[in-house]
Design a protein around this ligand. Structure first.
Ligand code: SF4
Length: 480
């Protein structure tokens, strides 16, 4: 998972790009970068680390450009070296590119790029997009007009497969321009908005909020949007397919204050909790207290509390400075890290029938440790309610998930999934939101392939195997 931003203005944008990236720091903490444009001059700052580490204030002061793009990175494959950080720039045409998503046909794209006599300096698919775009423009005599750029982007979109939201900084007929184009299904998110005569595009609307820009809407899947200071955006539809935006953005990734298709994410999560409450009740369970596992499941837990008339309590205090548990090297360190990260309040759990609410369960290792922690506090019963269906399939579209056999929902024995998970977690019941419940809360025109295996972009066995093989072991940007 990554985040992208682009701004078209008539005053320096570097500081605003870093502000927007700060607002999307949750989408990637391993690297960050900005590229700004001052006429033909492109200035690039990028490095490993969080936004403040990778783009220090003294570097921001060296950027004079009035338009530019930025990126925060969480790698889905390859290393987290600075060489893999975005944006990528090429001297050929002075173009900068940053990308969120995952191309599924990188092997054939690499052969194509080599055949053109081009040599990427990284293993990143964002650089492949840059090289293909630069070549497509060069063969048309450069970015002489919007029509030429549309033709070049169309050629790139016909070559690449997978999920992508791409932001580009370039000059078109001498005018500083920011482009954004999305894959035909719009799997990875992108919204755009304005502040006065300035325009901005970003992965999440919270970045626009941070810039004081008002949201205009989502960049349509299969389309290119041209942004220039002082001009209305121009949108060109390249290819039109059914929208299949990632439903996991609503389940877990996006900030609750973001808006997707103009719907506030926290409201969607509330709906998930409301539906889950009804499904949980139908199973005849009872509880004395509802406790969210921070932070994502909070609105759903509150909705369950309201619907069921059961008090909602904060049972875990989250240490905001602790590292993510899944990158700890061994089980002992991970247990200590979990206690550091989520310190429980004994009185909330002791002698109670507890309903724990979590957004999703992927590998199940963190949930098992949380359940053991709660068990040690003397509850009468522990019930688990999960605000999404069982995750049974890997993601090939830019979300770093475990392989199929590592997903806990695929480990069910002959006694069935719930029984297996009850004994695995040591809890009294496990209730997942149904697939129908997810569709009711989030909508039907979405990608939910990690839940139901219905992949919007098909991959052959070799492509699947390559992505799985390149996945970084013991990492993941989903809850474990
Ligand atoms: S497979 Fe899951 S995580 Fe991947 S894009 Fe689809 S819904 Fe999102």
């Amino acid at each position: 998972m990554c985040g992208v931003v682009g701004i078209a203005s008539n005053t320096p944008v570097a500081r605003r790009l870093t502000i927007a990236l700060f607002a999307m720091q949750h989408r990637g903490q391993d690297a960050a970068g900005i590229a700004t444009r001052d006429g033909n001059q492109v200035t690039l700052t990028k490095a490993s680390g969080t936004v403040d580490q990778a783009i220090p204030a003294q570097a921001v002061r060296t950027h004079t450009g009035h338009s530019g793009i930025g990126h925060v990175r969480y790698p889905t494959h390859g290393s987290n070296s600075a060489a893999e950080a975005h944006p990528f720039i090429t001297r050929m045409g002075g173009i900068a590119v940053a990308h969120n998503g995952n191309l599924t046909n990188t092997d054939s794209l690499l052969r194509r790029v080599h055949a053109l006599g081009l040599m990427p300096v990284s293993r990143n698919d964002g650089e492949l997009i840059l090289l293909l775009l630069a070549h497509a423009l060069a063969t048309r005599g450069g970015a002489r007009s919007d029509d030429v750029v549309v033709a070049a982007v169309t050629e790139v979109m016909q070559a690449v497969q997978g999920a992508y939201t791409v932001v580009v900084s370039l000059q078109v007929a001498g005018a500083d321009t920011v482009l954004c184009f999305r894959d035909p299904h719009g799997i990875r998110p992108a919204v755009y908005g304005r502040r006065g005569q300035d325009w901005a595009v970003a992965s999440e609307s919270v970045a626009l909020d941070a810039l004081g820009a008002s949201l205009i809407g989502d960049v349509p899947g299969g389309s290119i949007v041209f942004l220039r200071h002082g001009k209305e955006p121009t949108t060109y539809t390249i290819t039109s397919r059914t929208s299949r935006a990632c439903s996991f953005e609503n389940v877990y990734f996006a900030r609750p204050d973001s808006r997707i298709e103009k719907l506030r994410v926290t409201a969607t999560r509330w709906n998930m909790g409301d539906i889950l409450a009804q499904e949980w009740l139908e199973r005849g369970h009872q509880a004395d207290v509802i406790v969210p596992i921070p932070d994502t499941s909070r609105p759903a837990a509150q909705a369950m509390s309201e619907r069921l008339g059961i008090p909602h309590r904060e049972g875990f205090i989250k240490n905001r400075y602790s590292k993510r548990t899944f990158i700890m090297p061994d089980a002992t360190t991970r247990d200590a890290a979990l206690r550091l990260k989520l310190n429980p309040i004994r009185e909330v759990f002791e002698d109670k029938r507890v309903l724990l609410v979590d957004d999703s369960v992927v590998r199940g290792s963190t949930m098992r440790r949380i359940a053991a922690l709660v068990q040690s506090l003397g509850p009468k019963e522990i019930h688990l309610a999960v605000c999404s269906p069982p995750v049974k399939h890997p993601c090939f579209y830019g979300i770093d998930m475990p392989t199929q056999d590592e997903l806990i929902a695929n480990t069910a024995g002959p006694q069935g999934l719930e029984s297996t998970l009850r004994s695995h977690f040591g809890v009294d019941s496990v209730t997942y939101l149904s697939r129908q419940g997810l569709a009711t809360a989030v909508g039907t025109s979405l990608c939910a392939a990690c839940f139901d295996g219905d992949y919007p972009v098909l991959l052959n066995d070799h492509e699947r195997e390559l992505i799985q093989r390149n996945r970084r072991p013991n990492h993941g940007d989903v809850p474990q």
